[in-house]
Design a protein around this ligand. Structure first.
Ligand code: UT7
Length: 327
């Protein structure tokens, strides 16, 4: 059985936070953020908007494009590190919001690789015959876990969601060709949210007093691992399909830092004309960045039938992953 993407969707908060506005609240400059990261602005969720709000809206749009009614969905997987609650899963809330009454629903924790991990699991469900129609979503409200007093991290992240509908297909063409996932737990403490789990419970005063509740990152170390990890994941995808970088129509990388993206593309020998970037408008939206980018590329009409898309991600864990798609 083959696996085909039949719909894409994305949803972003309306509120835009520019670098110029950030200059007023932390010791930073538009110039530093632009040259070090490529980010110019990011979206920030409003009060009353939750991760499920954007996940459900992105899903509705993907379902509408696919022409699939919600009750035909067998499985909902949401990659997120900022769920509505520790439990129940945001996927169960989205199931309810969509009326996807016949779906099994669960969240997946793989940080910025969450969407590609979800795609990999969904692929296996469909190929094995366990499911025929699946929603895979990446959704985050990172603005609620970043420390707005920490200039090292607060300028980097943004909120939003992206989704795809995957369907079983008899056609070998226009399908998901492969997915690869990797983990390296040796570096789990270079990018993590220390507080709110069982080690530093949200209920402990020290979690608040020592600011453990917030996202913490050793940016420089993560940067080096990210370039190597994304390259490795991309090469594995190419080799598995007997392809070379010259065969790739579009590289859609996780949008964390323009310099990481450029270094990865350079190592692969993929020029900027085959590189999709929207980081300047949304910042790093973790698991949401690839499905938002895929949906934008789809709506821009740059994904042609037979286009070969290479998707690569890297995130906390460490986790990294790739997917190759013949559109
Ligand atoms: O989503 C998946 C995983 N995440 C990533 O892939 C992100 C990986 N890391 C990065 O993107 C980059 O490492 C950062 C953008 C986080 C930082 O860039 P960098 O070139 O690695 O800078 P740095 O950490 O070496 O810091 C350089 C300087 C420091 O000052 P000193 O110690 O040299 O005086 C920082 O204090 O820049 C300073 N700095 C800032 N200055 C102005 C850090 N943040 C800011 C800021 N504004 N916002």
């Amino acid at each position: 059985m083959n696996v085909r993407i039949t719909g894409t969707g994305s949803a972003l908060p309306g509120k835009i936070l520019t670098n110029a506005e950030l200059e007023k609240s932390v010791d930073t400059t538009d110039e530093w953020i632009t040259t070090r990261t490529g980010i110019k602005e990011r979206r920030i969720a409003a009060d009353g908007e939750y991760t499920s709000t954007f996940a459900a809206e992105a899903s509705r749009r993907a379902l509408a494009m696919a022409g699939v009614p919600p009750e035909e969905i067998d499985l909902i997987i949401i990659g997120t590190v900022t769920p509505d609650f520790p439990f129940p899963s945001t996927a169960c809330i989205v199931q309810d919001l969509l009326g996807a009454t016949n779906a099994t629903a669960f969240d997946l924790s793989a940080a910025c690789s969450g969407f590609l991990y979800g795609l990999s699991i969904a692929e296996k469900y469909i190929r094995s015959g366990a499911a025929r129609k699946i929603l895979v979503v990446g959704a985050e409200i990172l603005s609620r876990i970043v420390d707005w007093q920490d200039r090292n991290t607060c300028v980097l992240f943004g909120d939003g969601a992206g989704a795809v509908v995957l369907e079983a297909s008899e056609e070998a063409d226009h399908s998901l060709l492969s997915t690869h996932t990797f983990s390296n737990g040796a570096h789990w403490n270079l990018l993590f949210q220390q507080g709110s789990g069982s080690r530093n419970p949200a209920t402990a005063s020290r979690t608040i007093d020592e600011r453990l509740i917030y996202l913490n990152m050793e940016g420089n170390d993560v940067f080096k691992h990210a370039v190597r990890g994304m390259e490795e994941a991309a090469v594995r995808a190419l080799n598995a399909n007997g392809l070379s970088p010259a065969d790739i129509s579009l590289l859609i990388p996780h949008q964390a830092n323009r310099r990481i993206i450029d270094a990865t593309a350079k190592r692969l020998g993929i020029g900027s004309e085959r590189l999709f970037i929207n980081l300047h408008r949304y910042g790093n939206t973790s698991s949401a960045s690839i499905p938002i980018a895929l949906d934008e590329a789809n709506h821009l009409g740059i994904l042609k039938p037979d286009s070969k898309l290479l998707l690569v991600a890297f995130g906390g864990g460490f986790t990294y992953a790739s997917a190759l798609i013949k559109w």
